[in-house]
Design a protein around this ligand. Structure first.
Ligand SMILES: [Zn+2]
Length: 159
């Protein structure tokens, strides 16, 4: 049995915050605003996995209103989520991610980000791919006020 999952997240970019993608800190003048550490790529991956496994969504499992998740390490949430998904018998076939922002360039960090996500999901690096896109200068993404992540994953289970 195969199941596909889709995840999407967007965070505002502000000064005085770390810019984290998939658990990797990227040197930049701004970072993601958020109740947690703001790592939107981890959030989108978490939602994609939960969606594919039919286990709910990130807002239900780790609500913003819960002080337990204040400044939470999103990579840890992702690892925890993967353990839940794996416990249902699912294996990761692949994960494909897009990060949309004008700056910084994602390419120099791509391998490190893929490795970090693959490690969190106990998967081979070849199963995880991350690409960066700009928004051609349009809208809040184009003005560097926000960053967006889109993720699709495929899970497989023996029936
Ligand atoms: Zn988020």
């Amino acid at each position: 049995m195969f199941r596909v999952g889709l995840g999407r997240d967007l965070h505002c970019l502000v000064s005085g915050r770390k810019f984290l993608l998939g658990g990797v800190e990227i040197p930049f003048e701004k970072g993601e605003l958020g109740h947690s550490d703001g790592d939107l790529l981890c959030h989108a991956v978490t939602d994609a996995l939960l969606g594919a496994a039919g286990l709910g969504d990130i807002g239900e499992l780790y609500p913003d209103s819960d002080p337990a998740w204040k400044d939470a390490d999103s990579l840890e949430l992702l690892k925890k989520t993967w353990q839940r998904v794996k416990a249902q018998g699912w294996q990761l076939v692949n994960l494909d991610c897009i990060v949309i922002c004008e700056k910084p360039k994602i390419l120099p960090y791509r391998e490190t980000i893929c490795r970090s996500l693959a490690k969190a999901l106990e998967a081979d690096e070849s199963r995880v791919f991350v690409k960066g896109k700009t928004n051609e200068g349009l809208g809040p993404l184009g003005r560097g006020e926000a960053v967006e992540a889109l993720v699709v994953c495929l899970l497989e289970k023996e029936e």
